[in-house]
Design a protein around this ligand. Structure first.
Ligand code: ZN
Length: 266
């Protein structure tokens, strides 16, 4: 017994040591899942989303979104799939494994290419910082009852499991499972997104305008995006604090000839 227990403990210690990671902004994180497992969950969640929402065939919206998202993802590794969904709620998401979804309703709030780059950059920031893995690890660590093994088990997502999957990946509000990203993760995604948009040639100052538009779009009632992405007083302040750095990145991008001309959907 003692022998088994010590093997188990050694395994656990090695596991926990491997699980300690650092986010792109230098924060320590507990990551219990492998990238390939998280990627598989992301790809599955995207398939669920494709079944739940009609994909837009409006050429102008598609061109606009593909142009902005493509300009951002050119700075990143791997292939990214980008889809526009016919859905009125102003929302966007990015999933591990390189998937991006934008609701048509968001195009009424993100009024130009820079603002759309701000929100897509923010969502990509969550992916780059492994926030889904961190959320899953935290959930798993406290044993809240999500049948993680079930979610991971099948190539096909069972009814119900799909909703749990969406919840844990941050798309939960529309399915009644609200598991918002933490305030720390939100701030991190804001700053990673700000740098990414600036490096890609988008005007980083428009990120502030975007969050103001988003708040106004709620008209007193927080829109879904803000309910899953909790707004806080320091968000704009934090963006402004990092703005000088972002402006430098933007200037460098422009000096290298990066210019962005994505025509908005109208
Ligand atoms: Zn967010």
């Amino acid at each position: 017994m003692v022998k088994y227990r010590s093997i188990w403990l050694n395994t656990l210690v090695v596991f926990m040591l491997n699980a300690c990671a650092t986010s792109p902004l230098g924060r320590s994180q507990l990551l219990l899942m492998t990238d390939s497992d998280v990627d598989r969950m992301g790809a599955q969640a995207f398939e669920v989303q494709k079944k739940n929402l009609p994909v837009s065939d409006d050429p102008r919206s598609n061109q606009f979104v593909q142009c902005v998202a493509g300009t951002l993802t050119r700075q990143l590794k791997g292939a990214w799939e980008v889809l526009v969904f016919e859905e009125e709620s102003p929302n966007a998401f990015a999933l591990p494994s390189g998937k991006i979804g934008v609701h048509t309703g968001l195009l009424r709030v993100a009024r130009d290419q820079n603002q759309l780059a701000a929100v897509i950059g923010h969502e990509i920031g969550h992916v780059l910082a492994h926030h889904s893995n961190e959320r899953i690890s935290q959930q798993y660590a406290v044993q809240t009852g999500l049948a993680l093994t079930e979610v991971l088990a099948g190539a096909t997502v069972a009814p119900g499991a799909g909703q749990a999957l969406m919840g844990v990946l941050g798309l939960g509000a529309q399915y009644g499972i609200l598991m918002p990203f933490s305030r720390t993760q939100e701030s991190e995604a804001d700053l990673i997104g700000l740098d990414l948009m600036a490096k890609s040639g988008f005007d980083p100052r428009e990120s502030v305008t975007f969050w103001q538009n988003m708040t106004a779009a709620g008209g007193g009632n927080p829109v879904e995006f803000l309910s899953t992405h909790p707004s806080h007083g320091t968000r704009i302040q934090d963006l402004e604090k990092r703005m000088p750095h972002a402006m430098e990145l933007w200037q460098n991008a422009r000096n290298r000839g990066y210019s962005t001309e994505c025509q908005q959907a109208g």
